[in-house]
Design a protein around this ligand. Structure first.
Ligand code: NAI
Length: 344
């Protein structure tokens, strides 16, 4: 089990990099993007538009055809790795160990650079690498569609970069260059240097602590309002279906939590600030610390590896059970009533 506490300083000022710090000229060999899904397609298109030589490595599935129709040279994974100097692993984390063993590692000769978009497999030892090539992290804090969209609009985005193995003495420079190539350092973007472990643990923390706690708050608010007799259609629209919540979260990202308050009416500002403290809950903090502990000591990764071996049986059961949860049933009914259209 991995996850020693001693390598986690209390507080740290991390290096942050911008456009001027990165040199695209370092990407002077072929870049193989392994996987053409959410991140793979966006990063491949952006790197190509940045003037680098990009090929795709994929299995023969629908993604292969999309890459071909986007005008890329597509190869079997092993063959793409063989042709490339830079290898970017952009297939799902769960499938990486097997694909890596069979099709990537055999062609990773020294002098090549291996780049991950997630620190998960290295941190939780699902993948153990020989230390004879540079191994770096370029992990966008943005979904794939957003990575492409930002590039097209000439906007940057945040990326966690990191170095796991530095054979050439240039590993960090390569991570900076790849980040620039995918468009992260355009205006508004920044590169934050973290360890693979910090990236992996924070990602899980967000998924397991913030996300579900936020979901419970949302569900509780819906329950309380519906129980108090307000019409469910109005409750759901008020709380999340209007999209106002998403808009507010976007403003929090852009302006910060306090400044975005100015966008709301004085009634709203006074009401939320005067009542806010009531919800400060020590128990919530403890629960988040418990989940974070399971992430840090590796027990979550161990549990998930077993679940993956069982073809995600428990996940499928939980999804089935969730169909009957009151808010899910209510959501479905309300959407029908309001003639909700996903495509509109
Ligand atoms: P995805 O699920 O979109 O990947 C699809 C690609 O993986 C396709 O090209 C498919 O052919 C290939 N693939 C699927 N199963 C395969 C198998 N058994 N063998 C070989 N290839 C297979 O992946 P996504 O979401 O783009 O994630 C890629 C990496 O980026 C992961 O490490 C993830 O943690 C990281 N990441 C993802 C973000 C996102 O927005 N989804 C955000 C930041 C990082």
């Amino acid at each position: 089990m991995s996850g020693a506490k001693e390598d986690r300083p209390e507080k740290q000022v991390i290096p942050v990099y911008f456009d001027d710090d990165a040199d695209l000229g370092l990407l002077d060999g072929t870049i193989a993007i392994i996987g053409y899904g959410n991140q793979g397609r966006a990063q491949a298109l952006n790197l190509r538009d940045s003037g680098t030589d990009v090929i795709i490595g994929n299995i023969r599935d629908a993604y292969w055809d999309i890459a071909v129709s986007d005008g890329f040279e597509v190869h079997e994974i092993r063959s793409a790795v063989k042709r490339a100097r830079f290898v970017m692993v952009l297939i799902p984390d769960e499938v990486q160990p097997r694909v890596f063993e069979e099709s990537i590692l055999p062609e990773m000769t020294s002098g090549k650079v291996l780049c991950f978009a997630s620190g998960y497999n290295i941190t939780f030892e699902q993948l153990v690498l020989p230390h004879d090539f540079d191994t770096i992290l370029v992990a966008p804090r943005m979904i794939g569609a957003g990575v492409r969209d930002a590039y097209v609009k000439n906007r940057g985005f945040y990326v966690f970069i990191g170095v796991h193995v530095d054979i050439s003495g240039m590993a960090k420079q390569y991570a900076l260059a790849i980040s620039k190539g995918i468009g992260a350092t355009k205006p508004g973007g920044a590169l934050l240097e973290v360890t693979f472990r910090q990236e992996a643990e924070l990602d899980l923390f967000n998924e397991q602590c913030f996300g579900p706690a936020f979901g419970q708050v949302l569900t509780t608010a819906v329950d309380v309002a519906v129980e108090a007799g307000y019409p469910p259609e109005a409750v759901l629209v008020e709380i999340y279906m209007s999209g106002e919540l998403a808009y507010t979260l976007e403003k929090i990202a852009k302006l910060g939590t306090l400044k975005q308050l100015e966008l709301h009416s004085p009634t709203s500002q006074y009401g939320s600030m005067s009542r806010g403290i009531r919800y400060a809950n020590p128990e919530l903090r403890e629960l988040m610390q418990k989940s974070l502990g399971e992430i840090q000591d590796g027990s979550f990764a161990e549990e998930f590896a077993k679940e993956y071996e069982l073809d995600l049986e428990i996940l499928e059961d939980m999804k089935k059970m969730a169909q009957d949860v009151p808010i899910v049933v209510l959501d479905k009914e309300v959407r029908e009533r309001l003639r909700y259209r996903e495509d509109a």
